[in-house]
Design a protein around this ligand. Structure first.
Ligand SMILES: NC(=O)c1ccc[n+]([C@@H]2O[C@H](COP(=O)([O-])OP(=O)(O)OC[C@H]3O[C@@H](n4cnc5c(N)ncnc54)[C@H](OP(=O)(O)O)[C@@H]3O)[C@@H](O)[C@H]2O)c1
Length: 334
């Protein structure tokens, strides 16, 4: 967009193993450019894997890259520099630009005046840019469309990603500040409960299950419920419950399934209407076998454990790859 890279031109990408750097290398290659890159020496193995051989790479920790790349380009220098470095690295990069060269500054800390750069380095254009404020939503939208097309047609490959749940953002930023990472670091925003999705409630015909079902329909706008219990529709009051929930606007199925059985849980989740994929799990199934500790037996503990903990593990296992808005587990001891 800004550098207007043409096939056969040369592009220097600084800090090329980071998220933006890696993306820039791929896009520059896609545009037919010859790519030079810098990174800390410890990450040169990553550059090698990216197809940047020893001739085309240099350290981002000292300014020797200027001489090295000048030699590699037969003294001409490069057409475009994508910069994220500061201080003397900027001067070295500006000197390295050939006539008609474009310097793209994406950093924020060491900015120059484009007119002064033009005076000092004739024939070189200095672009300072901020993607969000300069490009605006329409242009960014067009870029996304163009990129999406390149990804779906396999002409661009997505970057390696390392992700953290949003509540581990502190850890992710700490990791990034150590500059040890390569590729894109991503924070995952937990999905919200989708009112068009299905919520499974185990023990859905029991006392708590019913209350949760009604609450989900009334307060959360959930419209598709799958209520599971060993007796299923035969459980006392099941028909009235379904009637009641339907009256509130929900589509309700009641199924007979023992959730301590892993296979049965997999089948239960498999029964979800594909038009309304699973968005939530509420595990309210449980059996009580209360007794003081000394009166507990192996059998009584096993009975309570299997309906509660084994079932929770089964539910987790079959839904672990789904983007659920909620996974709610009622405990069994208060
Ligand atoms: N943490 C707390 O303070 C607290 C307070 C109250 C309750 N609870 C817990 O919440 C659970 C539910 O309480 P509740 O009052 O709603 O009890 P409930 O009325 O007895 O309901 C339990 C439900 O679980 C179902 N169920 C039991 N074993 C199952 C299995 N293996 N597979 C599928 N469904 C199974 C039962 O249906 P079927 O018999 O048809 O299978 C029934 O619908 C209790 O077990 C208790 O552990 C926790």
């Amino acid at each position: 967009e800004l550098a207007r890279v043409r096939p056969g031109e040369s592009v220097l990408v600084h800090a090329a193993t980071g998220g933006v750097g890696m993306a820039a290398v791929r896009i520059a290659r896609h545009l037919g450019a010859e790519v030079f890159a810098t990174a800390s020496p410890a990450k040169h193995g990553v550059l090698e894997e990216m197809g940047i051989d020893a001739e085309h790479r240099a350290s981002s920790r000292d300014v020797d890259f200027e001489d090295k790349i000048r030699r590699a380009t037969g003294g001409r220098g490069v057409d475009v520099v994508l910069n994220s470095l500061t201080g003397e690295f900027i001067e070295a990069s500006l000197r390295l630009l050939a006539d008609g060269g474009r310097f793209l500054e994406m950093g924020k800390t060491d900015l120059r005046d484009p007119e002064e750069v033009a005076e000092q380095y004739p024939g070189v254009t200095y672009h300072l840019y901020d993607l969000v404020t300069d490009a605006g939503p329409d242009r960014i939208g067009r870029m996304f469309e163009c990129l999406a097309e390149l990804f779906t047609s396999d002409r661009l490959k997505p970057l390696p990603v390392r992700s953290w749940p949003l509540d581990k953002a502190r850890e992710a930023f700490r990791f990034m500040s150590q500059a040890k990472h390569t590729g894109k670091l991503v924070l995952e925003i937990p999905p919200a409960l989708d009112p068009e999705g299905t919520v499974v409630i185990t023990g859905g015909t029991g006392a708590l299950g019913r209350l949760v079902a009604e609450h989900l329909v009334r307060e959360w706008g959930v419209r598709h419920l799958l209520l599971a219990g060993r007796r299923g529709p035969e459980a006392p009051g099941a028909a009235e419950l379904v009637e009641h929930l339907r009256g509130l606007g929900a589509v309700v199925s009641v199924v007979a399934v023992d959730v301590s059985d892993a296979q049965a849980v997999a089948e239960l989740v498999g029964k979800t209407d594909p038009a309304h994929p699973l968005t939530g799990v509420v595990h309210a199934a449980g059996v009580l076998d209360d007794a003081v500790v000394t009166a507990q037996t192996r059998e009584s503990l096993a009975r309570v454990w299997s309906a509660k903990a084994t079932a929770a593990a089964n539910l987790h296992e079959v839904t672990r790859d789904l983007r659920l808005g909620a996974f709610v587990v009622f405990s069994s001891a208060a």
